[in-house]
Every structure is written in structure tokens, then in C-alpha cells.
Design a binder for this molecule. Structure first.
Ligand SMILES: [Zn+2]
Length: 401
């Protein structure tokens, strides 16, 4: 028996992804997966035999955190624009000077794969330092076949070179590129007929859209969903962020794993999510940076038992935030989630938002042994405080990482 691959973590204060345990727990790991859990009072000397035993002395153990919505591969940044706006420039001035999303598109197109990789790595490392063990990364700043695939290759490479699980999403339908001005349907043809088939060759796990008045219509998004499904890819949507177009219900009807933002979601939309089993992903970072005032319909989501996930939406424009732990606090302070709801949102429910609920997001037998140890006993402290508690250890597939 290879003892090093058999580890027993004892005396853990456990939050298993859904609930906290009443008693200190032991968690056994074999070959990178969770083998069994027992309370410390049930644990016998026999149980310990053959295991390398690690006593965590009461530290809080949670599943590794899952950031299920990021755009962390991009060229350039928008700090200059942020500064100009605070010095009095209008959005119009900035757009005329080539700012906004198009500036990120230009910088991303111009960057080499190595440059994109090198700039994305510290962003991903910042998330990892906060306890993230699984992250979703979207394309969406290339908006040409080749540059969208380039972004996806960089995202895949980040997952190969760093100790973190990376899930990739093609977001070709993020914005209308200047070459297709006044021809949105022509651009959707490119997404459906060229980008999706190419991304389905192992580069993307899912396909996403931005369904909004300033982006793509419900009908255009439905075309993208149909093409994604035809190529065996999961689907997701940026929906109901700035207005209520019915994009969330359309995504749910098409079988979406999640709909994200959803500040303007109404009761019919919430019902559609409940019926389809679609996760509601809340992005308090973008809400905060944009100084929005319309809060997602949390009470309705609770009433219809729609699982709520939480993510950073890490991106250069509307959420240059690389801390998932900060999202726990923002979800509680801005959206009035309870700390336990917020924690489920970055563990069990964010796993569901990626279709990975049988692999990660909970501390349960059979799942990957991805977890975090924190220097507190109380799960609520992770949401309560900013900057503390500290991450003591981050474990991926049973190994300290
Ligand atoms: Zn986003």
C-alpha cells in the first residue's frame, strides 16, 4: 500500500459544502479522493492503520473554493480608464478615446499566447491564495475565431501548469466586434458555425452568451445554445443584468447549467430556473463596481429553492476583483445572503453551476479531495471578516498545493 496516498485528516471543524458538522470530524483520503468521513468519537485505532495521520487541531475545513465565473485571461487593463472617469471624463469621452470593452479586445488580439498566460497567472494565483481550487475561465475578448481559441488555449494551459482545476467556456457572443457593426446576426453565424465547432474539439467545456440590449437578443442567444448543444457543450448565460429580457428563462429552457448576474430576474424567470434545475449565479463584485442598486431577487430564489452560486466575475472592466473570499462578504452585506448560503455559493452550488457536483464542491465520499483549512472554528467568520481568517492550507486531490 502506498501510504503517502492514504491520508487521514483528524480533528477538523467541518463545513461539508452544504452544512456544518456538529462534532469534530476525521476525513480519509485515498488516491486523491475522499474515502470516508467519521466523527472523532467514532474513530477507532483500526481506522487509523495504514494512514498518514494529520491532526488539524480543530481548524475549519471547507471544500476547496470554486470560482464558477471569471474572465481572467485578457490583454492590458483598464486602470487608466478608471482614473480618467474619476477625474471627470464621461463614458462617451472614454469610448471616443478607444476605451471600454473594445480596448480590452484590441489588447487581447494583439497579445501573444505567452503574454496572455504571463498576465493571467498572477490573477489566478491571487484566487488560489484565497482558497480557490477550481476556476472557470471564459474567452470573450478576442471576438474572432483565432483570438477566441487563443484565449481558450491559454486557459487550458493555466490548468496544466498550476495546481488548480480549470474549466473553460467559450464566450464568443460577449460583444459585437467592430467588424460586424450593424450585422449582429452575421456575427452569431460566425459563433455558431465556426467558433463552437472549433472550441468543441477539446478547448471548451461550455458556451456562454451576453443576453442584453447592449449585446445579443434572446433569439440570437437561443441560436448559440442550439449550436452548443449540437456539439455536446454545456450552456450558461449572462442574463437580466441591466434589464429583463427573459434571457434567463430562455437559457433555462435550453438546459443551462447557470444564469449569471440576474439583478432584473422576475418571478416567472425564477420559476423557470426552478423547473429546469438551473443555478442562479450572483456576482456582487460587478454590482459593487458599477454601483448598482437593483438587488437580485434573493427571497424568490429562496422560496423556489433555486441554488445560488457566487463568483468573482473577475474581469478588467466591471469587476477587477481577484478574491472569492471577498465575494462572501459582499454577498452578505450587499445581497443579504446568510453566511452559510454564501459558503454554499462558493462550494456545493458553484460546483453545480459547472456541472461538477459529482466531482468537487463537497466533502463527501467519492469526491475529489480538494479542501481548505482556515485558522478559525466558525464558518460564518469567512463571510464576516475581510482579510481574515487566514488560509492555513489548500489541498488539491489530497496533496498540499
Ligand atoms: Zn461575466
Amino acid at each position: 500500500m502506498n501510504r503517502s496516498s492514504h491520508r487521514l485528516w483528524v480533528n477538523a471543524s467541518l463545513f461539508d459544502g452544504l452544512n456544518g458538522a456538529a462534532e469534530p470530524m476525521a476525513v480519509a483520503v485515498q488516491a486523491g479522493r475522499i474515502a470516508w468521513l467519521k466523527t472523532m468519537s467514532e474513530l477507532s485505532a483500526d481506522d487509523r492503520s495504514g494512514f498518514e495521520c494529520i491532526d488539524v487541531a480543530g481548524a475549519l475545513m471547507t471544500p476547496g473554493l470554486i470560482d464558477c465565473h471569471t474572465h481572467l485571461v485578457f490583454g492590458g487593463n483598464r486602470a487608466g480608464e478608471f482614473e480618467a472617469r474619476l477625474e471627470g471624463s464621461s463614458y462617451e469621452d472614454i469610448a471616443r478615446a478607444g476605451g471600454g470593452i473594445i480596448s480590452t479586445v484590441c489588447a487581447t488580439r494583439a497579445a501573444t499566447e505567452d503574454e496572455l498566460f504571463e498576465s493571467a497567472r498572477p490573477r489566478l494565483q491571487a484566487l488560489m491564495a484565497d482558497g480557490v481550487t477550481t476556476v472557470e475561465i471564459k474567452s470573450g475578448y478576442g471576438l474572432t475565431l483565432e483570438s477566441e481559441l487563443k484565449m481558450l488555449r491559454v486557459a487550458r494551459r493555466l490548468g496544466r501548469e498550476l495546481p488548480v482545476r480549470v474549466v473553460t467556456t467559450l464566450l464568443g457572443a460577449h460583444a459585437l466586434p467592430p467588424e460586424y457593426k450593424d450585422n449582429a446576426d452575421g456575427y452569431i453565424d460566425l459563433v455558431c458555425n465556426r467558433m463552437i465547432p472549433a472550441a468543441a474539439e477539446g478547448l471548451a467545456d461550455a458556451v456562454d452568451v451576453f443576453c442584453e440590449n447592449i449585446a445579443f437578443s434572446v433569439a440570437q442567444c437561443e441560436r448559440v445554445y442550439a449550436a452548443a448543444r449540437a456539439h455536446g457543450l454545456a450552456i450558461k448565460g449572462h442574463t437580466e443584468q441591466l434589464s429583463n429580457l427573459g434571457g434567463s428563462a430562455a437559457a433555462a429552457r435550453a438546459g443551462a447549467l447557470s444564469v449569471d448576474h440576474i439583478e432584473y430576474l422576475d418571478e416567472d424567470g425564477v420559476k423557470a430556473l426552478a423547473e429546469a434545475g438551473t443555478v442562479a449565479t450572483l456576482l456582487p463584485g460587478a454590482f459593487f463596481i458599477l454601483r448598482e442598486t437593483r438587488v437580485p431577487p434573493i427571497e424568490l430564489l429562496r422560496r423556489y429553492r433555486v441554488p445560488m452560486a457566487l463568483a468573482t466575475d473577475a474581469n478588467p472592466g466591471t469587476s477587477p476583483i481577484f478574491s472569492l473570499k471577498l465575494m462572501l462578504n459582499m454577498a452578505c452585506t450587499l445581497f443579504r445572503l446568510t453566511p452559510i448560503e454564501a459558503l454554499r455559493g462558493v462550494t456545493a452550488h458553484s460546483a453545480r453551476a459547472l456541472g461538477l457536483q459529482e466531482e468537487v464542491g463537497r466533502i463527501a465520499p467519492g469526491l475529489q479531495a480538494d479542501f481548505c483549512l482556515w485558522d478559525t472554528l466558525n464558518p460564518a467568520e469567512l463571510a464576516y471578516s475581510v482579510g481574515l481568517p487566514r488560509l492555513v492550507q489548500r489541498i488539491v486531490a489530497g496533496e498540499c498545493a
